[in-house]
Design a protein around this ligand. Structure first.
Ligand SMILES: *Cc1c(COP(=O)(O)O)cnc(C)c1O
Length: 427
């Protein structure tokens, strides 16, 4: 074991003092003496997000229908504006991104667009650890094309039940694969996959590849355009703090500009001809073409204020702090929690982990309940994973320190035994 300096509360406070992003915490509504470690499921509300929502509400109050063009932020261009603001976070050109739908509906749209079986190439490659909704969408799209998911959905196996090996993914890129869908960061373990390498390998074999960025957008920078990724989807309510059910986003590489959307609607149209009300659709030649119906303005509006914060803080700075927070937390796990039966299932290397850490424990469900009873908000993933996400925009090193101390106390005193080891309905 390498020698590490003992970490203390004083140490945490020092790190907070040196933190150049510390002032962003004041932008958020944070309950005093509560430790929110669940920004990877639902980010907290910021004052800016609240304000941009109120602005759209006020535009409705003031302008009625004319809010579409005459509001403070005209609703007719709202999704495009948010797409443009999101583009730097995913390393895309502004025409390549649109804010619309949810992860799952956007996946349906992009699978309907990009899954084009031809000859022997009829299968879709995913992985066995991915989020269920992504798998359900793939299964539906296979069935819609007349294929059985049993034979046509190939899922890369995991050796340890938590992580994937890139070599195994590449070995599965065979001649019968038409499309690949992978997570950037795995939702359970927090493993970060090498997007650039996997994209290059897929393209060598003439396979279309897309990524689900649910657990990486807002947590780390991306270079989707430069890496040549064909398409991507994400939600904005996790690290991007746009609120419960906040509208999601998608990216389509400019090499596919002008491609006909698999699922069309009047908002797929070029903006200038949309209100011609012609029955022949002239779809936009940007990512905007993958919209379907009227944008959900009130569920998009908080994102506008929230994205301003990301612009001001800078994604590279946020990633640096996020890695430092999770490194600090891992050091504390080692220092404070050994002997209590925890296993860290997140890869330890900086370039292989996202923004959250995952602890595996047999009693995970009730340990999470005990944490909540002690003012720590963790996140439980069935059957045995505790996820903890110190968020660069609003978490402090002291929060991390307190969280681990509370966790240690719960284990020491066996406080978790007061709870049942079963998950809640939403967990
Ligand atoms: C959060 C999450 C989802 C949720 O999809 P929605 O359509 O936004 O409800 C899907 N996939 C992954 C990987 C997620 O982490």
């Amino acid at each position: 074991m390498t020698y590490r300096e003992e970490k203390t509360m004083k140490h945490a406070r020092e790190l907070d003092k040196q933190d150049s992003l510390a002032q962003f915490r004041n932008e958020f509504y944070i309950k005093e003496n509560h430790y929110y470690m669940d920004g990877n499921s639902l980010g907290l509300l910021s004052k800016r997000a609240e304000q941009s929502l109120l602005t759209s509400l006020n535009d409705w109050k003031e302008h009625g229908i004319d809010g579409w063009m005459d509001g403070h932020e005209p609703w007719f261009y709202y999704s495009e504006k948010l797409g443009e603001m999101t583009a730097p976070l995913v390393g895309a050109e502004k025409e390549e991104v649109i804010v619309t739908g949810s992860i799952t509906t956007n996946l349906h749209q992009l699978l309907a667009t990009f899954y084009q079986p031809r000859g022997e190439r009829t299968k879709i490659l995913a992985d066995e650890l991915t989020f269920p909704s992504d798998i359900y969408a793939i299964q539906s799209q296979l069935e819609l094309k007349g294929y059985s998911p049993d034979g046509h959905l190939v899922q890369v196996k995991s050796g340890d039940g938590y992580t994937l090996k890139e070599e195994d993914i590449i070995a599965n890129m065979t001649e019968d694969i038409a499309l690949i869908l992978l997570p950037s960061v795995l939702y359970r373990s927090g493993q970060l996959l090498n997007i650039k390498r996997l994209t290059a390998e897929a393209h060598k074999r003439d396979i279309v590849i897309g990524f689900d960025l649910a657990h990486s957008i807002g947590a780390l920078p991306h270079q989707l355009h430069e890496d040549g990724v064909d398409f991507a989807v994400w939600c904005n309510y996790k690290y991007l703090n746009s609120g419960p059910g906040g509208v999601g986003g998608l990216y389509v590489h400019s090499r596919h500009a002008g491609k006909k959307p698999g699922l069309s609607g009047w908002f797929s149209s070029r903006k200038d001809t949309q209100f011609d009300m012609d029955h022949t659709l002239h779809h936009a030649d940007s990512a905007g073409a993958f919209q379907i119906g009227t944008p959900h303005i009130l569920s998009s509006a908080p994102l506008l204020g929230s994205l301003e914060l990301f612009e001001e803080a800078g994604m590279d700075n946020l990633r640096r702090k996020s890695l430092s927070l999770t490194r600090f937390m891992m050091d504390l796990f080692q220092q404070e929690l050994s002997g209590y039966g925890f296993t860290v299932c997140t890869p330890l290397e900086d370039d292989r982990r996202g923004g959250h850490l995952s602890l595996q424990h047999e009693e995970a469900a009730r340990i999470c309940k005990a944490l909540k009873a002690n003012r720590v908000t963790p996140d439980f993933r069935s059957p045995n994973v505790i996820r903890l996400a110190p968020v660069a925009l609003y978490s402090s090193y002291e929060d991390v320190w307190e969280t681990v101390q509370i966790l240690k106390r719960i284990m020491e005193n066996e406080e978790y035994k007061q709870f049942e080891n079963t998950r809640n309905v939403v967990a």
